[in-house]
Write a protein that binds this ligand. Sequence first.
Ligand code: C2O
Ligand code: CU
Length: 455
Amino acid sequence: MNRRDFLAATALSAIVPTFGLASPAKTLTAMAAKVQLAPKDFPPTDIWGFDGSVPGPEIRVKQGARVERSFINQLPQASAVHWHGIRIDNAMDGVPGMTQTAVEPEQTFDYSFIAPDAGTYWYHSHNRSWEQVARGLYGPLIIDEVDLPDVDQDITLMIDDWRLDKSGAISNDFGAMHDNSHGGRLGNFATVNGKADSIYPVKTHERLRLRLINAANARIFQLGIKGLNGSIVALDGMPLETPQPIDLITLAPAQRADLIVDVVAETGGEAVLYMQERDTSYALTDFEVTSQAAGAKRESITSLPPNPVAVVNNLSNALTVPIVMEGGAMGGLQTATYQGQELDMRALVNAGQVWALNGVAGLTDEPLFRVSRGEAVRLSFTNKTAFPHGMHLHGHHFHELGPQNQMGALRDTTLINPRETRDVAFIADNPGKWLIHCHMLGHQATGMKTWIEVK
Ligand code: C2O
Ligand code: CU
């Protein structure tokens, strides 16, 4: 029996009904734990993790199925779980103060939602996320296609960078204003799936699906592969119409890329996922080539089946909303409105705010705009700051628009570099109150967020 047959057999036995046994509610517990993040000569690191691990457990269902988790908060702080990239029922979106009240210590909240789209998603704390995500409160959420693509291994690679001190502890300078007003909380220690030295055994000619997820607070990763050959088949969960060749893949915080690759390295040869920083590359994950797979070469890589996302047919009647991003160090912001008051930069900083969208820092009682369900919306971002920002919309995916308004990839987070503009378009078909914010989590906390309402 080969490995795939064996997995198929276990999957079959797993769906034999267990008569008479009410299945207990599945839980997801945010708790403190110790894990060996740093190399073995360091002591284990105190983290906060879902079910005490980092990443949290991989939650996996078929497309169209329901995800149910009773969230239990065993942290000393209030928390909430956001299911990033899922076109979710608004009440389950996990945004304290907007879609639910924060879950206090020792309290619970039952999350239950349908996952309409196949692909690679993730979940993370959405309360004090600049601290809670930095401590490890995130995990992968994988929605399987109804017909799975033909691969030998499906490997989730959740990438983070941690800020550790010399003792291997997480540096507790969360929310430092210098970070928040610059590029955010950048770390000094990269992990994949909570390990500095992640290793996966593979065979030459095996076909792998690699699901890359950037869970970092602020680090934009440049990722490459060696000894593997294939295509990008999805971004932010959504299949690309045409698979793209893999050069360096830029992933802003919260962004994902699904790759389908064939192992081309020979037994004992080098096959790696690496990160590129200026002129240097660092291996993040080693694929240890143990032997050669039996069987012939595979067919060429084809695109994944599209998800049922409403199509933007006509941009000319879209509601067009400019979003000007300002502030931060070297940004020249003079004044912004915060909680209804116009403040100068010094007063803003005293209030813990340094970024603004359309001249407003933080959330307001009224949304940026209201739109009726089914209308096309075009957001027109202009980054007037000195830093890149990964702008995320809740509850929807949008198309990045090209210079001639071509519909680009469907994404839930778009990276906008300094002095760049980016237009995105989507059909506002998911009713509720939805955040738009920078996914550099310290930027979000210090002003770079707003919200919209779909009625
Ligand atoms: Cu992944 Cu509002 O966030
Ligand atoms: Cu930002």
